[in-house]
Design a protein around this ligand. Sequence first.
Ligand code: ADP
Ligand code: MG
Length: 455
Amino acid sequence: MPETVSEIARLWNASLARIEAKLHENHEQRIFDSFFAHSYVETIEGKTLLVVVNSGLAAVVLESTYKELILSSIQEATGTDFQVRFITEDQVSHGAAPKKEEGPTFFADDRLDPKYTFDNFVTGASNREAYQASLMIARNPGKLYNPLFIYSNSGLGKTHLLYAIGNAIKERSPTTKVLYTPAIHFIDEYVKFAQGYNEDLSLLQFFKNEVEVLLIDDIQILAGKKKTMDYFFQVFQTLYTSGKQIVITSDQQPGNLDGFDERLKTRFSQGLPISINPPDLATSEAILRAKIEACGLEDGVFDDDVIQFLASRFSSNIRELEGALNRLIFSTIQAQQSSHITMDATLTALSGMIDAREAKTKLSEERVIAVVADYYSFTPSQLTGKNRTAQVAMARHIAMYLIRTLLDTPYAKIGSALGGRDHATVMTGIKKVESELKTNPSMRKAVDALTAKLK
Ligand code: ADP
Ligand code: MG
């Protein structure tokens, strides 16, 4: 049953949308505009919605003429057979508590943030599976994979996807009971409960009765907390066996969760574990452009090399990418009223966030690739492309090695700079160069010459 004001509002808005569509179809848009204007649900009593309308006449007309249409629309929008009663503003009993307090509630401060949706989640190879799995879960909670387990480093969209799942479920079915909570709140609630703060209603009972979809964020925080973990195990089992959907995020894959019970790790692995990787350059650029648009700016305001610079420099963490963008917008457009943002302005604005040398040589990975390609008379796109001839492959491995040694770039990011190669390919390439360097003087000469050029 919807409880909070925003849930009730959402339920009514979804119903109104249906009602409007039907009246519009019957050429009765005017009826809708006049009789439903400013209507809202004051409260829900049992299965009856108390709908406040804007006049006594509206209450009478809706009751006598449009009730069936209204009830069927509510049914379609919410999946529930509600009844309705129409009242006017002055019949609302002010001061009466709108809903019954049934003992202490758990997780009172946790709610879905409506800002994060599937619509504003940009996909690319690095996050596509996590996105697709989330989408399927939102369409079919409890039916497909349980639990869905999403893991990645920080700032790559886990929380965003959890909210998106919750928001999508609530949009399709406003009465479904979705709980989003960071695992740290689970610890808090468990501790309060275990200290006898609330004796008559168990936390487990709360999950049984009040949660149909559990979205729990950053589960790694439970590591080593034996009692909380045991309790979470019970919650998990309870939800799982009754077919309730569980979605978990973590900074590690299930098998690598240190300080966790084996039985929990096993449960976590048995559904669908999926990772999100750092975005490749094109995806990180697309995310950046989407964020720029969401700020109400045209992306033409930014020079292309600014976009590329930001996308490549901050691709390992989208939160940092957003931070850099916000700072840049703040110090240029807001503080100086600039209408166009150049690379110079960017370097000045972000000087605290990036090391100056790295900034001057902007797109460092790309620069190494360009210099290595040039040295061997290839084009950079031959190095980043699919060509597997021995010469090109060797040059590519040298580029990997130099990026790693000169810039200390993570393997996955080296792989994406070199056209989307994976972590393992990059490691193997670098190992090859390292072992060649021990035995092959001409390789040593080339690497030294390239290093000198790049420094
Ligand atoms: P995590 O939970 O993995 O640490 P978040 O979900 O909090 O990461 O994401 C950090 C920020 O980056 C959020 O503002 C989020 O909206 C944004 N973000 C991450 N991935 C994407 C994406 N693919 N498309 C759009 N925004 C994204
Ligand atoms: Mg998060």
